[in-house]
Design a protein around this ligand. Structure first.
Ligand SMILES: [Mg+2]
Length: 119
């Protein structure tokens, strides 16, 4: 399963990618913002995206993916510090399948990814 990890923090991307690889998810591509992410969507089966990013933020990315004919059904998990109820509801209304609040234990990330890969 190809996973696209989107975060403007290279440190956070490295943590997420290492967590995924340790759980056997080795087909991982990366992007630093929503614009880069949209250019990398070919073959992607799961998107893990940050919320706050320059150029294009995660919420806009979610809306762009959901509006896309080619990628509209790809599962998306939002990884964010925006834990407030209103933000979470807005993300879910915009088409996010699930969300993770930073900081997160590795096991939480892996369980969400595994549940998405089971469809
Ligand atoms: Mg960020």
């Amino acid at each position: 399963m190809r996973i696209l990890v989107v975060d403007d923090s290279i440190t956070m991307r490295r943590i997420i990618v290492n967590n995924l690889k340790s759980a056997g998810f080795t087909d991982v591509v990366q992007a630093a913002n929503g614009v880069e992410a949209l250019s990398q969507m070919n073959g992607v089966e799961l998107v893990l995206t940050d919320w706050n990013m320059p150029v294009m933020d995660g919420l806009t990315l979610v809306k762009e993916i959901r509006a896309s004919a080619a990628f509209g059904n790809v599962p998306i998990v939002m990884i964010t510090t925006e834990g407030a109820r209103e933000e979470v509801l807005e993300a879910l209304r915009s088409g996010v399948n699930d969300y993770i609040v930073k900081p997160f234990p590795k096991q939480v990330l892996i369980e969400k990814v595994q549940s998405m890969s089971r469809g």
